[in-house]
Design a protein around this ligand. Structure first.
Ligand code: BGC
Length: 346
């Protein structure tokens, strides 16, 4: 019996040792091979001049028609067109959800994760100085897009730039589109244009300048104007629809021109115009900005009088190119401006 027990004990010990050995050895071998492979491969790639540039893109909110076209093209351009000759751009795009505190947090996370450059479409332009200071402390360059910081903010550091468009030009083009209509925007022939202005967001220079310069262009051409309504629509289609529906209920046929600071709100305005039984080109004019595909189709169908191309391709490409320059240690300018283009029926 003792012998059998002793035998069993020895057997058990051998088995458990074997099991142990098996457990230890197998994964250890595969792991270590993998590790060695990884360790030896990486430097080989680096020495072949492969370079990955990490880009953090912070968008003010994803739920914005124009910024959706813009951010998709920006990412595509970095990843497809700019990633070549051993350089790969790795792009992470985040949604600020229209909340500056959330966006500042996202920018801090980009900094902590060691991105090489940040592209920022701020929720509030007034946050520029604090964002620049965060980036400066970490020595991570920042390219602002779409929402323009002040010249004083841009002067805070030499690794900061703004890529955008001059909103005065877009406002002027909107006014000129009205000047170029057969009755210059005056359907009832009383010598003045009665208008509704649907404003994006009053803190934003695009909204300020479009509001101001569209009217300046018509008054510069000698027309009188009367503002019936000027209201904030937050760049949003549903709000554009509500504002114009309300204006048409209140002022009826008196409304001759609806100026919208962007196309999303103009698409909403069109819904209200149609619901009120009004006809663009026959008893009312409607203009927007951006040249979203849908708005351009509306212009060609006569549902909108015109729009202005806000060049998302041109701006996103320039932003990516400026980001590449600054990452490569080259000198950059403070401002890069892409032209707007008037869009009327073909
Ligand atoms: C565009 C708007 C957009 C806004 C966002 C403007 O330049 O025209 O459509 O909502 O930028 O900041």
């Amino acid at each position: 019996m003792k012998k059998i027990l002793a035998l069993l004990l020895v057997l058990c010990m051998t088995l458990s040792l074997a099991a142990c050995g098996g457990k230890k050895e197998e994964p250890a071998t595969t792991e270590s091979v993998k590790e060695t492979e990884e360790v030896t491969e990486e430097p080989a790639e680096e020495s072949a001049e492969a370079k990955t540039i990490k880009v953090g893109v912070a968008i003010y909110k994803f739920d914005d028609n124009f910024m959706t076209v813009y951010r998709e093209e920006l990412q595509r351009y970095f990843e497809e067109d700019m990633s070549k000759d051993g350089v790969t751009y790795e792009v992470t795009v985040v949604d600020g959800k229209n909340d500056q505190a959330e966006q500042t947090n996202q920018i801090q996370n980009f900094i902590a994760s060691g991105v090489d450059v940040i592209v920022a479409n701020l929720v509030q332009s007034s946050a520029a100085a604090s964002v620049i200071n965060l980036c400066k402390d970490a020595d991570i360059p920042v390219v602002f897009i779409n929402r323009e910081p002040t010249a004083d903010d841009l002067a805070l550091w030499d690794k900061v730039a703004y890529v955008g468009a001059d909103a005065r030009q877009s406002g002027t083009f909107q006014g000129e589109i009205i000047n170029e209509t057969p009755n210059k925007g005056d359907f009832n022939g009383d010598g003045k244009i009665n208008y509704v202005m649907v404003v994006g967001d009053p803190e934003n220079v695009d909204a300020k300048y479009r509001t101001e310069f569209s009217i300046k262009a018509v008054t510069d051409s000698g027309m009188q104007v009367e503002k019936l309504v000027e209201q904030r629509g937050d760049w949003d289609q549903a709000k554009g629809q509500e504002i114009v529906a309300q204006a048409l209920t209140q002022y009826g046929k008196d409304v001759e021109v609806v100026f919208c600071n962007n196309d999303a709100m103009a698409l909403g305005a069109y819904q209200a115009i149609e619901a009120a039984g009004r006809k663009v080109g026959e008893d009312i004019y409607l203009v927007g900005v951006d040249a979203l595909d849908e708005a351009v189709a509306y212009v060609n169908e006569g549902k909108m009088t015109g729009t202005v191309l806000n060049d998302a391709n041109g701006q996103s490409h320039k932003a990516a190119e400026v980001a590449a320059l600054v990452v490569n240690g080259e000198a950059i300018e403070k401002n890069y401006t892409v032209d707007y283009v008037k869009v009327i029926k073909k």
